[in-house]
Design a protein around this ligand. Structure first.
Ligand SMILES: Cc1cc2nc3c(=O)[nH]c(=O)nc-3n(C[C@H](O)[C@H](O)[C@H](O)COP(=O)(O)OP(=O)(O)OC[C@H]3O[C@@H](n4cnc5c(N)ncnc54)[C@H](O)[C@@H]3O)c2cc1C
Length: 474
């Protein structure tokens, strides 16, 4: 039998269900990746994400070549290209791992229908999450909507049937030379300086490093943006260079070896992977969230103000923690979770702008841009999501900065104009007098902006609007 494995967001050979099944069933197997031309043209993802994906493909091509398999690639409309490839190569079965984004679900349904009509078998597998939506539901069978209930069921399910980790196809099996994939500029994207290497080899190295030590202090370090205290594996999970199932297994094995002192760190980290599964589940069960709020509510009266949106996206709001995060994002394609939360809350609750504008901008800039995680988190920050808390959570950007970057190390790393400003002013530099501004080489209004809004005023306005929406008679 001749099989085709359609690689998508699963660019690895270890614990890869579609690849393992094809290797077990087929005498001959062709691995294929399709560059989705309409998606590339939409520029939904930016250069950082595309470059990361290309690095992952290069690494995958090398690993497959070492197993006698030559990764082929095509470029065009995915269903048409898949059908053409299956016909040309006289394929009997096409294998892929499932993707839960609404557009991908539709694409896969169309592909499966067209292949079956031509007598070609389709095999699809769970891969991207530990448990799919249908495997975790409420006692009445409806999809869970609250993280706490989902987390409890997730663990209960893990205890009775933890998904196994699959062995990679063995090396050898003849010689194949790795194909060369197109470059970012071939695909119409600007070449960028890489801030994080992609690929399965790097993902495995980074996971080993993280579990060897940093995970012990993860619960506290994850909130300190100046520390390298998190795994930085999100883009790897996004492109599937490491499976989240295997990450949970190895984290639990680490806990088994290290004992109680590592417990909080390991459990907090696994909780984040459960958040990841939860947002995949929300997107799969409620695909409407991709375009609108999860929580049915009267639409918030967001304002349109390009000047404020530009100040936010370029890191020039006059709020140092927000600005440092937004500049880090533009320079590196990454931002720590705590700063993402503060920057997102600031866009919605201080600037009064629509969360969907921020969501789009993050999708373009993030290396780990992922519809489910990005949308779920933006909705959480905008208080439109699954969160049980109503819309009264508002981050104070200066207090957050004082708490999590007390000496301003992170802020100064990305805001060179504040490099000499001492810790007592670095979280609110507009409080410096003119003499101090001159002494520390930072004139407010010239080198660094005045705050674009007054946080307390903005908070009052936001809360008044929130109360009016909940009770129009107020
Ligand atoms: C406004 C906003 C937008 C976000 N957009 C994305 C996105 O597009 N893609 C993305 O992967 N994450 C997104 N996140 C979640 C989170 O910020 C990143 O996953 C995390 O910062 C990645 O760093 P890490 O790999 O070191 O994570 P770690 O702290 O090491 O966590 C391990 C893994 O758990 C998952 N994870 C961690 N936190 C979350 C979370 N809050 N929600 C869902 N999964 C989580 C990630 O896969 C991460 O790699 C967003 C958060 C916010 C507040």
């Amino acid at each position: 039998m001749r099989g085709l494995v359609w690689f998508r967001r699963d660019l690895r050979v270890h614990d890869q269900p579609a690849l393992s099944a094809a290797c077990a069933e087929c005498d001959e197997m062709i691995p294929l990746f399709i560059f989705d031309e309409p998606l590339l043209r939409s520029k939904e993802y930016g250069s950082a994400g595309v470059q990361f994906m290309l690095d992952c493909l290069d690494d995958l091509a090398q690993s497959l070549a070492g197993r006698g398999l030559s990764l082929r690639w095509r470029r065009g409309e995915p269903v048409e290209e898949l059908l053409r490839a299956a016909r040309e190569w006289r394929i009997d079965t096409v294998y892929w791992n499932r993707d839960y984004e609404p557009a991908a679900t539709q694409r896969d349904a169309a592909a499966a229908q067209a292949l079956l009509r031509r007598g070609i078998r389709v095999m699809s597998f769970k891969d991207h999450v530990a448990f799919e939506t249908g495997e975790i539901s409420s006692s009445t069978g409806t999809p869970l909507q609250r993280f706490s209930a989902y987390r409890a069921r997730w663990w209960a399910q893990w205890r009775v049937s933890a998904p196994p980790v699959l062995a990679p196809p063995p090396p050898g099996g003849g010689k194949a030379s790795p194909v060369e994939c197109p470059s970012a500029s071939d695909l119409g994207y600007e070449p960028i300086r890489r801030s994080m290497p992609g690929g399965e080899s790097e993902a495995r190295r980074r996971l080993r490093w993280f579990l060897n030590e940093p995970i012990r202090d993860y619960a506290a370090a994850r909130n300190c943006p100046a520390a390298d205290g998190t795994s930085r594996l999100s883009a790897h999970f996004r492109y599937g260079t490491v499976s989240s199932r295997s990450a949970v297994h190895v984290a639990l094995a680490t806990l088994g070896r290290q004992g109680q002192t590592w417990k909080t760190g390991v459990q907090t980290w696994i909780d984040e992977l459960i958040w990841r599964d939860f947002f995949q589940h929300i997107l799969a069960a409620f695909p409407r969230v991709a375009t609108g709020p999860f929580r049915p509510a009267p639409p918030a009266p967001y304002r349109t103000d390009d000047r404020l949106l530009t100040a936010w996206s370029q890191g020039r709001t006059g709020f140092p923690l927000v600005d440092a995060g937004m500049r880090q994002l533009r320079q590196t394609g990454w931002m720590p979770n705590r700063v993402r939360m503060v920057a997102a809350s600031f866009l919605v609750k201080d600037l009064g702008l629509d969360w969907r504008a921020g969501e789009r901008y993050f999708m373009e800039q993030l290396l780990d841009a992922d519809l489910a995680a990005n949308n779920g988190n933006w909705q959480w920050c905008a208080s439109t999501g699954t969160d049980a808390m109503p819309g009264y959570r508002i981050f104070n950007p200066s207090l957050q900065a004082r708490k999590f970057d007390p000496d301003g190390t992170y802020i100064r790393r990305f805001l060179p104009e504040l490099a000499s400003v001492p810790a007592r002013f670095v979280h609110a530099p507009e409080r410096m007098g003119v003499e101090e501004q001159d002494r520390y080489g930072c004139r407010i209004g010239r080198d660094y902006p005045y705050p674009v809004v007054d946080h307390e005023d903005a908070k009052r306005q936001y809360l008044a609007g929130q109360r009016r929406r909940e009770d129009p008679h107020v």
